[in-house]
Design a protein around this ligand. Structure first.
Ligand SMILES: CC(C)(COP(=O)(O)OP(=O)(O)OC[C@H]1O[C@@H](n2cnc3c(N)ncnc32)[C@H](O)[C@@H]1OP(=O)(O)O)[C@@H](O)C(=O)NCCC(=O)NCCS
Length: 160
């Protein structure tokens, strides 16, 4: 399915993957990772997903629904997966999931999820139009609905 508009090209959004390992300086006294460092990684993954989708400079405008579901432990391998799930005229909603993996056993679990609104900017920080999103399968259509709801919530908050 294509959510196309005549003046804007449509394209698929790839799932971006970014891996890291949790070092002692990223952990608290309980040996689990700082939430702020997890969010920084998510923000970076969201920026890469948005940049690769629109190929224009982007800024983070807001974050929604960040849930730290399970702790991430020191020495674990972490992987952020990010994909553009919704586009407005100049903004993109990027869904990010963070997984943790035992480095020796390979056991893997989802730890943190969230949505990042990224805005494409042109000269002097002025918002710039982004491509339309091509929805390839049922999962993409379901995620579009969540992104649309987030975009509408933001619009209502801004105009309220
Ligand atoms: C994000 C920013 C470019 C928006 O500029 P603006 O002049 O308010 O933009 P507009 O009102 O024309 O809105 C443009 C788009 O941004 C979206 N937007 C604006 N503020 C937003 C917010 N707080 N959260 C999510 N989306 C937002 C709008 O919904 C709109 O999306 P659409 O075109 O897809 O419908 C501007 O607020 C900014 O530069 N903020 C600072 C960003 C930053 O420094 N981030 C941290 C470091 S990267």
């Amino acid at each position: 399915m294509l959510t196309s508009q005549p003046d804007r090209p449509s394209q698929i959004a790839a799932e971006e993957r970014m891996a890291d390992i949790v070092l002692p300086n990223q952990s608290n006294g309980f040996g689990t990772m700082f939430g702020g460092d997890v969010m920084a990684m998510m923000d970076k993954a969201a920026a890469i997903a948005a940049l690769r989708f629109c190929r224009q400079p982007v800024v983070t405008a807001s974050t929604e629904r960040i849930d730290f579901r399970t702790p991430i432990r020191q020495n674990e391998i972490i992987e952020a997966q990010a994909r553009v799930v919704y586009v407005g005229r100049t903004s993109m909603v990027v869904r990010v999931r963070v997984y943790a993996e035992h480095p020796l056993l390979g056991d893997r679990r989802i730890c943190t999820t969230g949505y990042f609104s990224m805005v494409a900017v042109a000269r002097e920080g002025k918002p710039a139009s982004v491509p339309m999103l091509s929805l390839e399968d049922e999962e993409a259509r379901e995620e579009w609905t969540i992104g649309e709801e987030i975009h509408e919530t933001i619009q209502a908050r801004r105009s309220g």
